[in-house]
Design a protein around this ligand. Sequence first.
Ligand code: NAD
Length: 480
Amino acid sequence: MAGTSGSDAPKYFEIPFFESVNQNFDKAAVLLHHPKGLLDQIRACNSVYYMQFPVRIKGDIQVISAWRAEHSHHKLPCKGGIRYSENVNQDEVIALSALMTYKCAVVNVPFGGGKGGIKINPRNYNEDELERITRRYTVELIHKNFIGPSVDVPAPDYGTGAREMAWIADTYQTFAGNEIDALACVTGKPIPQGGVRGRTEATGRGLFFGVRETLNDIDVMKKLGMPVGMDGKTVIVQGFGNVGFHAAKFLQEGGAIITGIIEWDGAVVNPKGIDVMALDAHRKSTGSITNFPGSTTIKEGNSVLEYECDILVPSALESQITDRNAPNIKAKIIAEGANGPIVASAENTLLSKGILIIPDMYLNAGGVVVSYFEWLKNISHVRFGRMDKRFEESGNLRLVSVVERMTGKSLTLEEKNLLVRGADEEDLVNSGLEDSMITAYHEIMDIWKSRENVKDMRTAAFISAIDKIAMSYFQMGIFP
Ligand code: NAD
């Protein structure tokens, strides 16, 4: 490992985050028959770069700490977000990069896991300062070969978004000279800078597909004693950021009732349901979700994690459900939108209460699936649907004309448009995402349902990931 250790683990961890990930890995690994050396290699973090660099802030020089971890090089490029948070530390970045390795394997995305972090509170900096920090971080990554379309491809995470990704892409392009695929160095970019339609909402949409698939699984619902389907299921969401907002929006559109939303400065609850779009508008106009008309504000926001509901969606940060609050959780399903929201030691408490945990490495993989599509778009230099949309439409039109002629009936213009319309980029991205989430769900469930010694969905997901990564090593001929 390069660099020094950033061992300032935040106090909210009961055990170090990477250890927590590895405990879950080990729980699955003992059920498999792979050589010990191979399992050690899969679980180890291949490289981590710790950097400190100066940035001019308000006339002074500030030294910024940052990391980039590449957990696994079994497939390249590495892939994973960059987060801006005062709590970022080396253990967290490595743990999140490990989760990315397993996540990519679970949803059949051909990347290794990576993760980056800058130890800042973005609220303390203006836009110019954030741009300087982001560009300087990118230059550090370039110098150490920790970024590039075939090496390591960052994406947004907690505290970052399309704006930061655009700065990274521009900095990389400036240094890359004539590299034709330079734009593929980062995903989650704005559309005019090579982004793909559907990326912003991809993680929340993917979560929706995963929850929908679970709620439609007759065996699982029978075990939980719940009626099949999403209609009328009550949901509490922690974190109203990119993942939480979109998850809440799609779940509500799918028929669920959002009874609580938790943010850092308080929560809002309403047993009859919260209008997600209206809450978003309220937050935009007041700066907070609290005091939303028609709902009750709870000052101690995280106490709402313990409220009665069918589905709890932690989508803020890791280590939110710990040994302290796990005994009080009343949800029947925990749908992990965030990475690592449940500490490993609290998991048994939840499982023994019969709670179904839909694991992060599957459920929040929508972002990396669509990032993969963005990367494919960037290296193929063509928008999805550009070659075939019109061709598909003219074929559909011919079919409609034949049906009209044969039946002697004319369709309305609205009906015709509906039948004729060819798939555009967003349609194709959403369809690819839906297919990826459904396929991965059934791969995990086949393992869970067919092996008696697999007791929970996370272990089944780990088995799915470990087997696929092991296969890559076997194919490389590294392990006999
Ligand atoms: P974000 O910054 O857009 O949103 C996070 C939200 O959580 C913010 O609104 C923040 O105010 C809120 N929050 C912070 N502390 C809180 C607390 N103690 N209680 C309640 N709310 C709190 O970040 P995001 O991109 O939505 O990421 C959230 C989580 O999802 C992270 O764990 C991230 O690693 C994971 N994730 C994100 C993506 C993605 O595509 N963005 C993909 C996979 C996983």
